[in-house]
Design a protein around this ligand. Structure first.
Ligand code: 0PR
Length: 383
């Protein structure tokens, strides 16, 4: 640190230089992210609530009510209006909390969790932090978890089974109904990672799309991760963990002797209320109708990309169910294709299972961006 401070103007000037090196969502060039431009209303509210601290909620009673309000709205959306939970930093923290609750409730000697091979890497972190053995279930030909494989991995030490509603790489939805039945029979915590899918599957279903059930309507589901900072249009960080009832939060609550709340179940102590306020604002502003329209729009853009790729003889990994398209060049490997696209200014990501170029059609990707991308992909095909 320098001895003397700089004038504000100078600091801002320096920062602008750094920020110019960042990519922007609005350029339409970020094709592999699950985050997107946040709504101007959400940004404004975020700044307004910057100083609130939900780690000491008795001081910020209004903001605490906003957090409860979001939990209520999301609980209702996911078929359990009395669900309990918190607004936290994102899917990683939500999955960690779910695994912690499941472990504490079960009390197994050598706790194990069963996750699909397609599960997000946050479960590896959770297993490491919580001392859980991670068992990976196989996928079927459609890249959904193979239910028989899950069944075979269940043992007396299993404390949780995880299903994914909207996998990170391909946007697949696991057969949650069958997982729910197994977990009810075996009395095992079933956690659904709908970090990505939670803000789009329910709305697509409302428009008549034939997508499977994945939420608390299925009695075996104990907890759900859903991230407002993905398809919910909330600013980063905003994740949400929902439990069927408050007993799961009690199972991991710690006494907090001198704070305004006497028990705390979140991992983080001092934590911003800005995320909860901004998420509340955007959900109130969008309403179900707004999210339905958004879901239909991104699926339209997804279809345009899918059709264009097929016309150009690129190979789709699977028919997209949600707004993620994974594909391959008929001869060139995905890493080489990713490099070519990068040279042309596109930031794509490469999936691992199977290796393919993966494009997430987030709300910042417009039809015109896809037309440009397809033109570049055509150029690559002709070379
Ligand atoms: N669960 C699922 C199904 C996810 O896809 C993700 C993140 C998480 C949990 C973890 O969420 P947080 O990252 O909020 O903790 N999926 C993306 C991924 O890891 C996140 C992402 C977002 C990656 C933007 C890149 C990027 O530019 O691929």
């Amino acid at each position: 640190m320098d001895e003397k401070g700089l004038p504000e103007e100078k600091v801002l000037e320096l920062l602008a230089e750094f920020q110019r090196r960042d990519m922007t969502y609005t350029s339409g060039r970020i094709l592999g992210s699950m985050c997107t431009s946040s709504h101007p209303l959400a940004r404004r509210v975020y700044c307004d609530f910057l100083e609130s601290n939900l780690g000491d909620p008795g001081l910020f009673r209004g903001t605490r009510e906003l957090e409860s309000g979001v939990i209520g709205m999301l609980g209702e959306l996911l078929s359990e209006p009395d669900a309990a939970g918190h607004i936290i930093t994102g899917g990683t923290e939500a999955n960690l909390m779910a695994m912690r609750a499941a472990r504490n409730m079960a009390g197994a000697e050598k706790p194990e969790i069963i996750v699909p091979k397609s599960a997000h890497f946050s479960f590896r972190k959770a297993a490491d932090i919580l001392g859980l053995r991670l068992r990976e279930a196989e996928l079927d030909r459609d890249y959904r978890v193979d239910v028989e494989s899950v069944r075979k991995l269940i043992s007396g030490n299993t404390v949780a089974v995880v299903g994914v509603a909207g996998t990170t790489e391909l946007g697949r939805i696991d057969p949650v109904e069958e997982l729910s039945e197994i977990c009810l029979d075996e009395d095992i915590h079933l956690h659904i990672d709908a970090a990505f899918g939670g803000f789009i599957i329910p709305f697509l279903r409302e428009t008549g799309a034939e997508l499977p059930e994945f939420d608390f309507k299925l009695q075996g589901v104990s907890s759900i991760t859903v991230d407002p900072h993905k398809m919910g249009l909330a600013p980063i960080p905003s994740g949400c963990i929902l439990f069927r009832d408050a007993s799961y939060l009690d199972a991991m609550s710690i006494e907090t002797p001198y704070l305004t709340e006497k028990q705390q179940s979140t991992i983080v102590g001092t934590r911003t209320g800005a995320s909860a306020a901004a998420t509340w604002a955007i959900m109130k502003h969008m309403g179900r109708e707004g999210y339905r329209k958004l879901a239909l729009r991104v699926m339209g853009v997804t279809r345009r990309l899918r059709d264009g790729l097929v016309e150009l003889d690129y190979q789709l990994v699977v028919e997209p169910e949600l707004n993620i398209v994974a594909f391959n060049h008929p001869t060139m490997g995905p890493h080489e294709l990713a490099d070519r696209l990068e040279e042309l200014g596109w930031a794509v990501s490469v999936s691992s299972c199977p290796p393919a170029i993966r494009v997430v059609l987030m709300p910042h990707i417009m039809e015109e961006h896809i037309e440009l991308l397809l033109r570049d992909l055509e150029g690559i095909r002709l070379r």
